[in-house]
Design a protein around this ligand. Sequence first.
Ligand code: ADP
Ligand code: MG
Ligand code: MG
Length: 432
Amino acid sequence: MTVDLAAAAKERGIKYFLISYTDLFGVQRAKLVPASAINGMARSGAGFAGFATWLDMTPADPDLFAVPDPDSLIQLPWKPEVGWLAADLWMNGKEVAQAPRNLLKRLVKDAAAQGYTMKTGVECEFFLTTPDGLEVCDSADRQTKPCYDQSALMRQYDVIAELCDAMLALGWKPYQNDHEDANGQFEMNWNFGDVLVTADRHSFFKYMAKSIAEKHGLRATFMPKPFLNLTGSGCHAHVSVWNGERNLFEDEAGELGVSQLGYHFIGGVIHSADALCALFNPTVNSYKRINAPRTTSGATWSPNTVTYSGNNRTHMIRIPEGGRFELRLPDGAANPYLLQAGIVAAGLDGIRNKRDPGKRLDINMYTDGHLVEGVKKLPLNMLDALRALEASEVLKEGLGAFVPAYLKLKHQEWNDYARHLTQWERDVTLDC
Ligand code: ADP
Ligand code: MG
Ligand code: MG
């Protein structure tokens, strides 16, 4: 169903539209367009200078047009006179292949052509901090095991309830909110859906959490590891593949209730895991969450190795019940569209090539991981992950023109980071 935006504006009292796109680094870029101009923009798109954002373009390139997807319309719950629209990018009359939302749409289409609809739900953990981001928002939130702390949760009730009310009103079917494993850390869950719907909602959720926290004098951050001794912010993704009303991952007779097709999909994710880190763990900071030493709570809750298990949270992939799996690798910095694009591309490759995920491990990976041989380790830093992506024929083929564009920008970022002199280097090297 396509929405007539001018009519929707009149009907719902929308004065302005935010025509928004997400660039390769996950930054949301927008133009604020008065409702009187929306019909023209919906036809030809809002103009941008692509080079001014992270898209791998040059200052000499012609105008980039962001064409809003009317089906993505969300009225800002905290400012209902504004309507948010996710946009696809066009240049020279062609879709921009490396643009994250365009890429995900292309993969969704590829999957559909093979009879597959991927559905996913994400668990976006985040911290509420002071406005400068230096401390958690609540100085009384100090337990060493703060997970599910009732009082600390309720002290942030105003923010959490406003966010949950917003999701209820938007029809996302939120069902629980909790204090997470780090001081100042929270998670809010809403129901899974088609991969593009979840990616749009995930983007919007990040914007909404930041906006509503700001309104309350706080800051919401999805940074993977803002505090070294505390558990980091993951963004677990739950995955199933459907054909119409049938969940193709479901098979009562299969191991843990997962079908052969499901295991091939998992095999695909396992096969490409190190390269996928470039998308799932896209920042320098991401690698302080995975492979991390134990936090003050007792566990990092993030994986170190490319392994899968049943209902056991110490592995990269957990199968909590039949019909779906949970990917615990992605973190809060993952671009919502690239996160899903990576899963679809790797999973389709797994199905196509009947990839074997290997043996399930049921051990506590944190304490007994060293006892198993031949287990693949995750990349130790962003450069490792970029090189793995560079070497991945599967992802280069599956993600197409996106890969060289992304690698170019990310290598620039790595070089920028490498130019920094740290206190650690002084401490370790001054007396060498
Ligand atoms: P946990 O904390 O146990 O990992 P959560 O309840 O926080 O799990 O999140 C589970 C997510 O998985 C939710 O978004 C939920 O809607 C989603 N989900 C449930 N079943 C499926 C399924 N079959 N396919 C995809 N996602 C699913
Ligand atoms: Mg959860
Ligand atoms: Mg989880």
